[in-house]
Design a protein around this ligand. Structure first.
Ligand code: SAH
Length: 503
């Protein structure tokens, strides 16, 4: 029916265009490349056909002819086809050739430009390609052609004379030859030169050098494809303008062990500060088999004087069951609402409810003390409901129970160990890409250590362990591993801030 060539942008999913996202959301078929950020595929329909046409260096997993034929075949089947290509489709991506094929086959097509890596990667590295004082033009070139061959497509002398900022795509393999040709054509060997690898992604790296020293330094720092070579005086602005690389957690690999449902807030905060987040959910949150007891308790809510919510998940499941029982917020009228921690309180606010008591300290022991103090005059007569996971620490009901306070625990969901991406994490540990592992609860510590034993972790003494609070930390220490980082306030935002200060 119609084919779209869609630019996926340079890697940062935030640099994908709104139009690209709309096309992806409508497409029946998505054919994507290696350099197109895989996370963009989440914009595709759940029932869309996703085809990987990957190209990695010289490793073409699907020959260009086959990609073209596939594009045409699917469009002829009446499908809406999105061909997702890294950066901009018409910048050195064979987008032009694919478009020509589509037109020749009589297929309606449209191009959706993308942010090309040649502009975005230098920008994130602090390099504006033009600057009133330093460069009045830019030249984008392929570094892929064999510069040694007779009749090189490039006019090296013109390039050298132009005064333009030069940006080479696909040039890493030919770096020695490219720099040699430019110097021979008249550029000073001291001309500032930058290499930017995997620009705009969490693995973004840049290297500042000179034309003459670039090949040796690239080799010394193992700077390989995909990377851009940027030549010209604008490169010197990098040290002043590279705020992206100056973010506190830039270049740090941080493992998040929370359940998938809870990990996204943590991941977003970490990524904001530049971290590469490795999601490794060690627990999975699953519903109970039987909710009859829960429904009964909810129908009898009027008997309770206080509800203590201990987690965002607890609030979520409580609400779901409340609705399924045919009740709503009015069922909580007159009941004191207590939350452990501000995130839980916000979840409750989301249902139009204010919290009556939010303790200053979020460890169960202190919460219990806080409640006993604030409600001292009537606690003896209060009945308390504690909705939470089926298996959890008993500290809160125990302490309150010991003071003769009636607490009914209401199991709402189950946390079970998740398989996780064990091999991927082991690989990253070995390659030194993991700098920190974060734990938000004792159960994540226990489950993580079941998948990756403490023994293995002791082999990487450079890794920092961060725990949300003292209980989690002591679970880790009991397993023989140190807790290096713990925030003063036991919340995820505070944990992320502590990482930013101490990593
Ligand atoms: N159409 C793409 C370029 C495809 S050619 C675009 O507009 O960006 C592939 C080359 O692009 C790679 O060899 C590398 O030089 C460059 N490239 C792509 N993504 C990159 C990134 N995130 N950082 C640095 N270079 C990148």
């Amino acid at each position: 029916m119609k084919a779209y060539l869609v630019g996926a942008g340079p890697g940062d999913p935030g640099l994908f265009t709104l139009k690209g996202r709309d096309v992806l959301a409508r497409a029946d078929v998505v054919i994507y490349d290696h350099l197109a950020a895989e996370s963009l595929l989440s914009h595709a329909r759940a029932d869309a056909e996703l085809i990987y046409a990957g190209k990695q260096g010289g490793n073409h997993s699907m020959p260009q002819g086959e990609i073209n034929a596939l594009l045409i075949r699917r469009a002829r089947e009446g499908k809406l086809v999105a061909r997702l290509k890294g950066g901009d489709p018409y910048m050195f991506g064979r987008g032009g050739e694919e478009a020509e094929e589509l037109v020749a086959a009589g297929i309606d097509f449209e191009v959706v430009p993308g942010v090309t890596s040649g502009i975005a990667a230098p920008a994130y590295a602090g390099i504006p390609l033009t600057h009133r004082a330093w460069a009045s033009s830019v030249l984008f070139a392929t570094g892929h052609e064999d510069p040694g061959k007779a009749g090189s497509a490039h006019n090296w002398e013109a390039m050298a004379r132009s005064g333009a900022t030069l940006v080479f795509y696909m040039g890493m393999k030919n770096l020695p030859e490219i720099t040699r040709r430019l110097i021979k054509a008249g550029l000073d060997a001291d001309t500032p030169t930058a290499l930017v690898r995997r620009g705009t992604t969490p693995r973004h790296r840049s290297l500042l050098t000179t034309l003459g020293r670039a090949p040796a330094e690239a080799a010394a720092h193992s700077f390989s494809a995909p990377a851009l070579i940027i030549v010209g005086r604008v490169v010197c602005l990098r040290d002043t303008l590279n705020s992206f690389e100056k973010r506190p957690l830039f270049g740090k690999g941080v493992v998040v062990t929370r359940a998938r449902e809870q990990a996204s807030e943590t991941a977003a905060l970490l990524e904001e500060l530049g971290a590469e987040v490795i999601l490794f959910p060690t627990v999975e949150i699953v519903p109970l088999d039987d909710y009859s007891e829960v429904r009964e308790a909810l129908r009898g809510l009027a008997h309770y004087d206080m509800i203590i919510f201990t987690s965002v998940n607890g609030v979520k499941h409580f609400w779901e069951q409340l609705r399924r029982t045919g009740l709503d917020a009015r069922a909580l009228a007159g009941i004191e609402l207590v939350c452990i921690g501000p995130a839980t309180a916000r979840a409750l606010n989301g249902h139009g409810l204010e919290v009556d008591f939010l303790p200053e300290n979020y460890v169960a022991e202190n919460v219990a003390e806080g409640i006993l103090e604030v409600y001292a005059d009537r606690i003896a007569d209060m009945r308390i409901l504690l909705p939470r996971a089926r298996i959890a620490r008993d500290a809160l009901p125990k302490i309150l129970g010991a003071r003769c306070v009636a607490v009914d625990v209401l199991p709402l969901y189950e946390t079970v160990p998740a398989e996780g991406r064990r091999d991927e994490v082991l690989e990253k540990l070995a390659s030194g890409d993991i700098h920190c592992v974060t734990f938000g609860s004792s159960s994540t510590v226990e489950n993580f250590l079941k998948l990756i034993p403490a023994e293995t972790l002791r082999g990487y003494p450079q890794i920092r362990f961060a725990c949300i609070g003292p209980i989690t930390a002591s679970t880790l220490e009991k397993a023989g591993l140190p807790c290096h980082i713990m925030p003063r306030e036991y919340t995820i935002p505070a944990l992320v801030r502590a990482l930013a200060d101490e990593l």
